[in-house]
Design a binder for this molecule. Structure first.
Ligand code: GLU
Length: 305
């Protein structure tokens, strides 16, 4: 494809593990297999979950595995860009605390996403007025979701996905304060401004995609294509975590494992290697079809071999 731009967008909330590496491998290969460009974007706006040193460590891990990229950005240095985008959107300040929102739930909601019924819509003329009303707390900004905001898109891997954003999320948050862009706003603005044509990421982010599509359209932008691939999980079916043993890329490196062994396992999980044999990232360029990747999550069995 001419003009393909993909991205690697790690969050420095912890060490890179096999699951992250697998998604990045798919993203990198999708771009490189069609002669496309790759943007590296550090998504470091998630205080206080961001861990000191994790951003540099993620870069080191990715380089060790053989990844490269053409442009590099750090979200925490782009706050003015998100602030300008926020000013273009139909957003309003909200003084509700998390427990206010929890109390307002009409039905129990699965997952972490809360439904916001629009309590603060039209309540405050300015953010300063809202700030005065809830001091010392700080108001957030919410996106005014249209009632008919059913978003439907065709995911490159996962297929058709439909979400009634008003019923599922309601007026979702855009920013913690005028300078505190959240993930939805920052990722959407960046995908647009960085010319990303396809966002490859873990399928835990499928439900986060319709709000991004709404925001992109409200900014007059065409959202990228999305390609959500299944995660790596532990034997208990839950996403990789410490309790499943040490799957951090840095730990394999420190234990003397070669990057080719890690990539060989990752490629095997995608159906690109018949056996778990040492593989270089570059050798997979052009032989990484999506249709051999299992539709279900990969279960980490505790060993690369
Ligand atoms: N930074 C996010 C993460 O590491 C990924 C966001 C995205 O790809 O849109 O989970």
């Amino acid at each position: 494809m001419i003009g393909y731009t993909g991205r690697l967008a790690p969050s420095p909330t912890g060490a890179l593990h096999l699951g992250n590496a697998r998604t990045f491998m798919v993203a990198w290969l999708r771009a490189r297999s069609c002669g496309g460009k790759i943007v590296f974007r550090m998504e470091d706006l998630d205080h206080p979950r961001d861990k000191p040193g994790a951003a540099a460590a993620a870069v080191e891990d990715l380089r060790w595995l053989g990844f490269d990229w053409d442009e590099e950005y750090v979200q925490s240095r782009r706050r003015n860009v998100y602030r300008a985008a926020l000013a273009q959107l139909d957003a309003y300040p909200c003084v509700c605390s998390r427990s206010d929102v929890e109390r307002a739930q009409s039905a129990p909601h699965a997952g972490e996403q809360l439904h916001y019924p629009g309590t603060c819509r039209g309540r405050f003329p300015t953010w300063a007025a809202a700030a005065k009303a809830c001091a010392p707390r700080i108001p957030c900004w919410r996106f005014r979701v249209p009632r008919d905001a059913t978003v439907e898109f065709n995911d490159v891997f996962a297929g058709r996905y439909v979400q009634d954003v008003w019923r599922t999320l309601g007026d979702f948050p855009l920013a913690r304060d005028p300078d505190g862009a959240g993930y939805t706003l920052a990722a959407t603005v960046d995908d647009a401004l960085m010319g990303v044509t396809e966002a490859v990421r873990g399928d835990d982010l499928l439900p986060a995609t319709p709000p991004q599509i709404l925001v992109a359209k409200a900014l007059g932008r065409t959202p990228p294509a999305y390609c959500h691939v299944p995660l790596v999980v532990g034997p208990d079916g839950r996403r990789l975590a410490k309790r499943h043993g040490d799957t951090r890329i840095a730990s394999f490196r420190e234990a003397g494992v070669k990057p080719e062994a890690v990539l060989g396992w990752l490629a095997w999980t995608c159906g690109w290697n018949a056996k778990k044999e040492p593989t270089r990232l570059k050798s997979l360029v052009g032989r990484c079809p999506l249709n051999t990747i299992p539709r279900e999550a990969v279960v980490w069995g505790g060993s690369l071999t």
